[in-house]
Ligand binder design. Structure first.
Ligand code: ADP
Length: 428
C-alpha cells in the first residue's frame, strides 16, 4: 500500500502549453481515487507524472512519504494499465501474466500458482494457453490487468482501461476491477471521462477541468453537494437545469428567487437564506437536477414552476419531460481558462456574467433571447428553448401539449454565483 501526495503540481509542455496547473491532491493508503474530467483536462498527464513517464515542471510528488519527483519509473513500484493494454503477441496468456515475475526471477512454482489464482479471479483461466490475437477485447484487457496486478505493486494507475470495450463488457469488468482491487487493498488512481464509472468505482472522485482541480469528495458528496456549477453539470446523467434568477427580499419577509414568470421563496429559517440574501438585487444561478423536480397537481401551492409539455422522451428505465416554462436555460459557466489568461488571451466575449445578464427574461430583447435559447452552449448544459427537464420515472403522467405544474424540492436547489461558484458552501 502507498499514499500519493501531489503538492501544487504543474505541467507545462513545450510551446508553453499549460496542461496541469498547481494541482494539490492526496490519495490515501488503499484508496480508490478516480480522476474525472472532459477530454484534454490533464488527467493522463497527471497519471503519467505519478508513474514517472512525464517530468513534473513545478511542485512536488510524494509516494509513500518519499519525495519522488526525480525517482526513476522502475523505482516507484507502480503498475499501469492503459486503454489498449499492449500484450506480447507471441506469448500465451499465461506467459503474458507471468512476465513481470519471470523477469524478477521469482520461484516458478510460486509464479504458476499466482497466475492460476489471478486468472480465476479475472475469469480468464480457460484462456491461459491461448495467444492474445485469439482473445476478445474484454479478455485482452483482463490479461493486461492480470499482468499489472501479478507482482502486487504499491500503486495501480489505470488510464481509461474500459473505454474501448462495449457497454456490457464495461459494466462486467468494472465490477470485477472494483472487487479485485479492493480485495488486494492497493492504492489505485483511475482516470476516466465517464461519470458512471467514476460514481460506481470511486472511494473519492477528483474532478478536473483545463488542468485545474475543481472538486474532490466521495461520489455522494460530489453529486449532492458540488462545489461549482461545472461539477454539478458534469456529474449529471441528464442535463442539469440551470436558470438565472434575481434575488429579492420583499419587506424582508423571506428571500425570493425571481425567474420572471416564476418565483420561488426561501424562508429565513432555511440555512442558505442568509448567504443568498447577500445577492439581493443581483443575479444568481439556480441548479436543479431533473430528479429533483416532479409533476404536481394544479392545486399544489408549494414551490413550483408552470409551463407546457413540449416533448416526452423515453429512456427505457425512465421518462423525461421537456417543459416549456418561459425561462431560458443558462449555459454552464466554464471555470476561467488559466492557460489562455497566462498567454494573455481573452476568454469569450463579456464572460458568463454578461451572458446571464443577456439571458435574463426581463432584460433580454425577444429576438436576441430566441437566438440564445436555440443555440448550442459549451459545456454539458445544452438546452434548447426555455425547457425545464423533469424526470418522470417509468410512468409518463403528461402528454405533449399538456399544461404542466412542476414541483421543486427546495432542499435540492443548488445556488451558484453567475461565475458558477457555490453560494452556500459545500459540506466537505
Ligand atoms: P486527458 O487525459 O484529460 O484527455 P491529457 O493529459 O492527455 O488530457 O492532455 C492535457 C492537455 O495537454 C491537452 O491539451 C493535450 O493536448 C496536451 N498534451 C498532452 N500531451 C502533450 C504533449 N506530449 N505535448 C504537448 N501537449 C500535450
Amino acid at each position: 500500500m502507498s499514499s500519493v501526495v501531489l503538492d501544487k503540481v504543474t505541467k507545462v509542455y513545450p510551446g508553453d502549453h499549460l496542461a496541469v496547473d498547481r494541482l494539490s491532491l492526496k490519495a490515501e493508503d488503499g484508496e480508490f481515487l478516480v480522476l474525472l474530467g472532459p477530454s484534454g483536462c490533464g488527467k493522463s498527464t497527471l497519471l503519467r507524472m505519478i508513474a514517472g513517464l512525464e517530468e513534473i515542471t513545478e511542485g512536488e510528488l510524494w509516494l509513500d512519504g518519499q519525495m519522488a519527483n526525480h525517482l526513476a519509473p522502475r523505482d516507484r513500484d507502480v503498475a499501469m494499465v492503459f486503454q489498449n493494454g499492449a500484450l506480447y503477441p507471441h506469448r500465451t496468456v499465461r506467459g503474458n501474466i507471468a512476465f513481470p515475475l519471470e523477469i524478477a526471477k521469482s520461484d516458478p512454482n510460486m509464479v504458476r500458482e499466482r497466475v492460476t489464482e489471478l486468472s480465476k479471479a479475472l475469469h480468464i483461466d480457460e484462456t491461459l494457453d491461448r495467444r492474445p490475437g485469439t482473445l476478445s477485447g474484454g479478455q485482452r484487457q483482463r490479461v493486461a490487468m492480470g499482468r499489472a496486478i501479478v507482482r502486487q505493486p504499491k500503486l495501480f494507475l489505470m488510464d481509461e482501461p474500459l473505454s474501448n470495450l462495449d457497454a456490457g463488457m464495461r459494466t462486467e469488468l468494472r465490477m470485477e476491477i472494483s472487487a479485485l482491487v479492493r480485495s488486494l487493498g492497493v492504492t489505485t488512481i483511475y482516470v476516466t471521462h465517464d461519470q458512471v464509472e467514476a460514481l460506481t468505482l470511486a472511494d473519492r472522485i477528483a474532478i478536473l477541468n483545463r488542468g485545474v482541480l475543481q472538486d474532490v469528495g466521495t461520489p455522494a458528496q460530489i453529486y449532492n453537494d458540488p462545489a461549482t456549477a461545472f461539477v454539478a453539470a458534469f456529474l449529471n446523467s441528464q442535463q442539469l437545469n440551470l436558470l438565472a434568477a434575481t434575488v429579492r427580499t420583499p419587506q424582508n419577509q423571506y428571500v425570493m428567487l425571481d425567474f420572471g414568470p416564476h418565483r420561488l421563496t426561501i424562508p429565513w429559517s432555511d440555512p442558505r437564506a442568509y448567504a443568498i440574501s447577500q445577492y439581493t438585487g443581483g443575479q444568481v444561478l439556480v441548479g436543479m437536477r431533473p430528479d429533483g423536480l416532479a409533476p404536481v397537481p394544479e392545486s399544489y401551492d408549494g414551490p413550483s414552476f408552470f409551463g407546457r409539455v413540449r416533448a416526452l422522451e423515453y429512456h427505457g428505465h425512465e421518462w423525461l419531460a421537456y417543459i416549456e416554462c418561459g425561462v431560458p436555460a443558462v449555459p454552464v459557466p466554464e471555470p476561467p481558462d488559466r492557460a489562455a489568461l497566462r498567454n494573455g488571451q481573452r476568454t469569450g466575449s463579456g464572460g458568463i456574467a454578461g451572458l446571464v445578464r443577456r439571458l435574463l427574461p426581463q432584460r433580454a430583447e425577444p429576438e436576441q433571447q430566441e437566438q440564445e435559447q436555440t443555440g448550442q452552449h459549451p459545456g454539458s448544459g445544452i438546452h434548447r428553448r426555455a425547457d425545464l427537464i423533469v424526470r418522470l420515472g417509468n410512468r409518463p403522467v403528461w402528454r405533449a401539449g399538456d399544461a404542466a405544474k412542476v414541483g421543486v424540492d427546495p432542499n435540492r436547489l443548488m445556488l451558484f454565483t453567475t461565475e458558477g461558484t457555490r453560494i452556500d458552501k459545500p459540506r466537505r
